[in-house]
Design a protein around this ligand. Structure first.
Ligand SMILES: Nc1ncnc2c1ncn2[C@@H]1O[C@H](COP(=O)(O)OP(=O)(O)OP(=O)(O)O)[C@@H](O)[C@H]1O
Ligand SMILES: [Mg+2]
Length: 320
């Protein structure tokens, strides 16, 4: 836990740009601490892009924003072999995926081929072009944004690929108090009256050390069993409610159990503990599970959402 204080400077850095949204800030830190990818979903103007850009400026790492559009090609992400007439040979020119922090903005506006190039890199931590496989940086992390309203002309991410995201975070409107502060801050910014002292960005080694400390966080066996029970419950919804028998297409995979354990450990770490408590698991479970429960059409018709199912599972499975 020696690095915890230093690591948390990243949160203070984010708070200088982002008003409120502490739910979001915690989850960005959890992503960084677990080396996991984060999908941010929210209506336009809720500071998704601003938050990710602020995160990138708080870590001394290379950062690339990729605006996903319908005409994007997989090679625009991975890079490609380009012919050089000088030596009559092909040379690889790396694409934007070869950065440490990658913002995939409006991920559902690019066609499936492009999405799968990204998701493959996320899972394999490497990129293959022209038969040659190249590793991505240690710190490599994708932050993707999507807008829940845009339906026409968008390509919803396939469920199997959504599983690659550690967390699926849904943003909410700011409180009126926070919104007033947002206005004030925007004016200060406009008139150049904000004289924030410049932060020193975190060194990549600090992030990697913090990750190792998170991996050492103590998790009692009863809590591991609790995680397995929660994940198991997503696969047998009819045990919880007979009416739900036909609503499920697929429950959460073992990757979800691993994700829940890692994310809970990272949450414990940012709360200053070197051990996980049940409340950590309960708090982060919705963000770990929201995108991993695949519902049949009937569920949507009945107004049952992944979130309502998760809430019910958490209420039913006894907390140790
Ligand atoms: N909580 C907040 N703190 C500080 N600024 C905020 C906050 N919420 C919104 N803003 C401001 O609102 C504006 C819009 O933010 P941003 O462009 O990041 O939104 P977005 O979620 O990426 O939107 P879109 O989905 O349209 O891309 C920015 O000027 C940003 O500073
Ligand atoms: Mg944006």
């Amino acid at each position: 836990m020696q690095t915890q204080q230093t690591f948390l400077q990243l949160r203070s850095h984010l708070e200088k740009t982002i008003v409120g949204q502490s739910h979001l800030l915690d989850r960005l830190l959890i992503g960084v601490l677990s080396g996991g990818h984060v999908l941010l979903e929210g209506l336009p103007g809720l500071a998704k892009t601003t938050a990710v850009t602020a995160l990138a400026s708080g870590i001394h790492a290379s950062f690339q924003r990729i605006q996903f559009t319908p005409d994007l090609m997989p090679g625009d992400l991975t890079g490609s072999d380009i012919f050089d007439p000088k030596d009559s040979a092909f040379h690889f020119v790396a694409g934007p995926l070869f950065h440490e922090l990658v913002l995939a903005d409006e991920i559902n506006r690019a066609p499936p081929k492009v999405q799968s190039a990204l998701l493959e890199a996320m899972q394999e931590h490497q990129v293959t072009v022209g038969g040659v496989t190249r590793p991505l940086p240690d710190l490599f992390m994708v932050l993707a944004t999507q807008n829940p309203l845009e339906q026409s002309g968008t390509y919803p991410l396939p469920e199997a690929q959504l599983d690659r995201f550690l967390l699926h975070v849904v943003l909410d409107y700011p409180t009126p108090e926070d919104e007033l502060l947002i206005l004030k801050r925007d004016r200060q910014h406009h008139f150049g009256t904000d004289h924030d002292e410049v932060d020193t960005p975190l060194k990549p080694e600090t992030v990697l050390t913090a990750r190792r400390e998170v991996a050492e966080i103590h998790v009692e066996e009863v809590l591991e069993k609790y995680i397995v029970q929660l994940i198991g419950a997503t696969r047998h919804l009819s045990d919880i409610d007979e009416q739900w028998a036909d609503y499920l297409r697929a429950g959460a995979s073992p990757r979800a159990s691993i994700a829940l354990l890692r994310a809970s450990s990272a949450l414990a770490y940012i709360r200053g503990r070197d051990y996980v408590i049940p409340e950590d698991i309960v708090e982060i479970a919705p963000d770990v599970l929201r995108h991993r429960i695949s519902l049949a059409h009937g569920a949507r018709v009945a107004g049952i959402t992944a979130d309502s199912i998760i809430a019910r599972i958490i209420a039913e499975v006894p907390v140790p």
